[in-house]
Design a protein around this ligand. Structure first.
Ligand SMILES: [Zn+2]
Length: 113
C-alpha cells in the first residue's frame, strides 16, 4: 500500500527531527498534500495511525492539509486548477506543463518535546 510507505517515510523524518532536538515524544505532524499527488487522505490518516502506534510517536496526531493543484498557462498566463492530469487552459485551450503547486507531499510542521 502506497500510503503506508509514504507514512513510514514521514515517521522517519519525524523521528530524525525528534532525535536532533533530543525530544522524547512526537506530538503532532503536519502534512501538506497536493490534490494531484495521487494519495487518498483517508488512507493516509489510517496509515499514520498504523506507523505511529509505537515508541515515541505513540499518540501523535496528524494535521493533514490538502492543497489544490495550480497551473499557469504558458500561452496566456492564466492560472487555473486543472480538473485532470491533462492541464488544458480554460481560457485559450493550450496544454500546460507548468505546475505551480499541488503535486507535493511534505512534512510542513512537527511538534516534539
Ligand atoms: Zn491559456
Amino acid at each position: 500500500m502506497h500510503e503506508l510507505a509514504l507514512m513510514e517515510e514521514v515517521r522517519r523524518i519525524a523521528m530524525a527531527a525528534a532525535a536532533a532536538e533530543g525530544a522524547q515524544r512526537i506530538h503532532s505532524v503536519k502534512l501538506t498534500v497536493g490534490r494531484l499527488s495521487g494519495v487518498d487522505p483517508g488512507a493516509l490518516a489510517f496509515a499514520f495511525e498504523v506507523v505511529m502506534a509505537d515508541g515515541i510517536s505513540q499518540g501523535a496526531t496528524l494535521d493533514l492539509e490538502v492543497v489544490p493543484t495550480v497551473c499557469q498557462c504558458g500561452g496566456c498566463g492564466q492560472r487555473f486548477e486543472p480538473v485532470d492530469v491533462i492541464h488544458a487552459c480554460p481560457r485559450c485551450g493550450e496544454l500546460s506543463s507548468e505546475l505551480l503547486a499541488g503535486r507535493e507531499l511534505e512534512v510542513t510542521g512537527l511538534e516534539v518535546s
